[in-house]
Design a protein around this ligand. Structure first.
Ligand code: COA
Length: 335
């Protein structure tokens, strides 16, 4: 569908809590090694929030930087969208806590698509802008995953970190965000989930004792395979729909789950690794926050210039996935 109003990213920011936890920290707790984690995931360390720090705290820090980068006062925001599965509270939405901390009164809601949350949020924000329902949207991905990790489960606890990334999405006269494709497969929901705390298994002493409020991933290998397949396919689809081929891509920014997954996606697409952002080493998998954090860090490292074709792709629990093609419209940062 041809649209006359476009959306683009005009500001980026990120926030990682200061406490950096190296792989060796886990060696004393579980049967694992720094070497195993590095070689299987590319992760060397991750940031964990201190007690008392909540998801909206990190979200607000990232948001303030994104707003400053965009040169947009917070009062100009028409809407706040937050992608998260580790919000401050089951409800209200973390976006509402962010709104309260920024002292605003605009609409605010969360997107729950796990590690694909940024893609789903970006599609929603783009559609709101293109439809003329908003001119300026704050889109955040924010997680405190350390609060839902079972530190006796070596398959999962070494993978995740805490952090937030934020973007300002604004109306533009030429296409920035060209398009997003989204996908989901609920038949595979049981391979990656938090089983309890909802209507299926309400919180009880038993659910807490059995760690059923933490992340469960009974088949990591299957998640790995599906991640590679779906992200590569979504990238091809969004590129084709917008008249591009993988050769046209200046920078691929995949969900930062595991370096091996990202390398496999880039290989499948034929995109050389120099044109991909693999920034998992000191961040870990920050779920919905991973793409905006990687985007902000790539921007500040001077990796994009105006007009570059940037490709985002994500994959997460649900299963859910997505890919976005955009022309970078923000001026580059001074080196
Ligand atoms: C979890 C993951 C890193 C495991 O790597 P893998 O190469 O597939 O390893 P396997 O699952 O086949 O396990 C190999 C062995 O390592 C062991 N292992 C698992 N975690 C370990 C750890 N932290 N330290 C040491 N050994 C570990 C397994 O128990 C298994 O042992 P076994 O052969 O005696 O049974 C990988 O499957 C993965 O990254 N999956 C995707 C996870 C993900 O990104 N989830 C979020 C998506 S948004």
């Amino acid at each position: 569908m041809a649209v006359s109003r476009h959306a683009t990213i005009t500001g980026v920011g990120s926030s990682l809590p200061p406490r950096l936890v190296p792989n060796t920290w886990f060696e004393a707790k579980i049967d694992t090694t720094d070497e195993w984690i590095r070689s299987r995931t590319g992760i060397e360390a991750r940031h964990f929030a201190d007690d008392g720090v909540v998801t909206s705290d990190l979200a607000v820090d990232a948001a303030r930087i994104a707003l400053r980068t965009a040169g947009v006062p917070a009062e100009q925001l028409d809407m706040i969208v937050c992608a998260s599965v580790t919000g401050d509270t089951p409800f209200p939405a973390t976006a509402v806590w962010v709104q309260e901390k920024l002292e605003l009164s605009c609409p605010a809601f969360d997107v729950n698509a796990a590690c694909a949350g940024f893609s789903y949020g970006l599609a929603a924000a783009t559609a709101f802008v293109e439809a003329g329902m908003a001119d300026t949207i704050l889109l955040i991905g924010a997680e405190v995953f350390s609060r839902i990790l079972d530190f006796t489960d070596r398959q999962t606890c070494v993978l995740f970190g805490d952090g937030a990334g934020a973007t300002v999405i604004q109306a533009n006269d030429r296409p920035g965000i060209e398009g997003t494709v989204l996908g989901a497969d609920g038949t595979a929901a049981e391979i990656l989930l938090v089983p309890a705390g909802g209507s299926r298994e309400p919180a009880s002493a038993q659910t807490v004792a059995a760690s059923r409020h933490d992340i469960w991933m009974p088949n990591g290998r299957e998640v790995f395979k599906r991640a590679v397949t779906e992200m590569a396919a979504a990238c091809r689809e969004v590129l084709e729909k917008n008249g591009h081929t993988p050769e046209d891509v200046d920078l691929l920014i995949p969900h930062q789950a595991n370096a091996r997954i990202m390398v496999a996606v880039a290989e499948r697409l034929g995109i050389p690794l120099e044109r991909a952002v693999v920034d998992v080493a000191e961040v870990g998998n920050t779920s919905a926050a991973s793409i905006p954090i990687a985007l902000d860090r790539a921007y500040r490292a001077g990796r994009m210039k105006e007009g570059d074709l940037v490709l985002f792709t994500s994959f997460g629990a649900g299963l859910t996935w997505g890919a976005t093609a955009m022309r970078w419209t923000m001026p580059g940062v001074a080196a």
